[in-house]
Write a protein that binds this ligand. Structure first.
Ligand code: ZN
Ligand code: ZN
Length: 253
């Protein structure tokens, strides 16, 4: 069984650590796979333009440099920690209206994705690259921060386009997603060091991106709370079955 985390930010956007520091943090803890998913903000809205001004977003100009550095770190991570590092991005559309805001993770990307497209075309573009799409924190995160409800409000029309839905982000499980029949994934949305202790996805094995992708799509996974100080001590362990519903295996609150 391997802990995995498919939603991690570095200082390429608004994360605290460098890519190398992230790889060493997760590698030393024995993770099987991680995805680097820095923000790629839209280039039209006021909030998207502010993110560019503040240097909190990837740009078309530095995108391939970002992929190249991930590739370099992926080789180091494989040799040093036997850990898979997946190139990803968080396509970020922030509006002052939470019902219009959406964050979409693209896992296993190879090319730039235009963040200014219609949402449905973003999902189609992700799939065309052979990458996986994830609806990031689609419901209330229970934290005092801007929320992103667009994807959840449109979940029926996006059902066939969006591969996975975050059932947990950081310390919180999302009851609404848990009780739905949508395919699920748990991530930390890592920005700062203290986000390391959080919900994670656990896969039966690490291996290649093709294998990891297969496990994620088949629902061959579990969700566990990873506590850095207590190692693998499980606060609550849940199993996602193929149909999308969740069975609680054990509870150790
Ligand atoms: Zn986000
Ligand atoms: Zn994020």
């Amino acid at each position: 069984m391997k802990f995995c985390d498919f939603h991690i930010h570095t200082n390429y956007s608004d994360g605290e650590l460098s890519l190398r520091e992230v790889v060493d943090l997760y590698g030393r803890a024995g993770f099987g796979a991680i995805a680097i998913t820095d923000h790629l903000c839209d280039r039209k809205s006021l909030l998207g333009l502010s993110a560019k001004f503040l240097d909190w977003t990837l740009t078309e100009e530095n995108f391939y440099q970002y992929l190249k550095e991930i590739e370099k770190e992926a080789i180091r991570a494989r040799l040093k920690y036997n850990m898979l590092v997946i190139p990803g991005v968080e396509i970020t559309y922030n509006s002052f209206k939470y019902a219009r805001s959406a964050h979409i993770l693209a896992l296993g990307i190879k090319d730039f994705i235009d963040p200014d497209q219609e949402i449905k075309n973003i999902f189609k573009g992700i799939r065309q690259q052979g990458a996986l799409s994830v609806a990031a924190h689609p419901v209330s995160t229970k934290v005092n921060e801007p929320q992103t409800y667009y994807l959840w409000n449109h979940r029926e029309s996006l059902r066939d386009l969006c591969d996975l839905w975050e059932v947990a982000s950081g310390s919180y499980l999302f009851e609404e997603v848990m009780n739905s029949d949508l395919p699920k994934i748990a991530n930390s949305d890592f920005h700062i060091r203290k986000h390391f202790s959080s919900w994670k996805t656990v896969l039966p094995s690490g291996g290649s991106w093709a294998e990891v992708k297969k496990h994620l799509l088949n629902g061959n996974l579990q969700f566990k709370f990873f506590h850095e100080q207590e190692g693998e001590k499980c606060l609550r362990q849940v199993l996602k079955v193929r149909e999308g519903s969740i069975t609680v295996l054990e509870e150790l609150w």
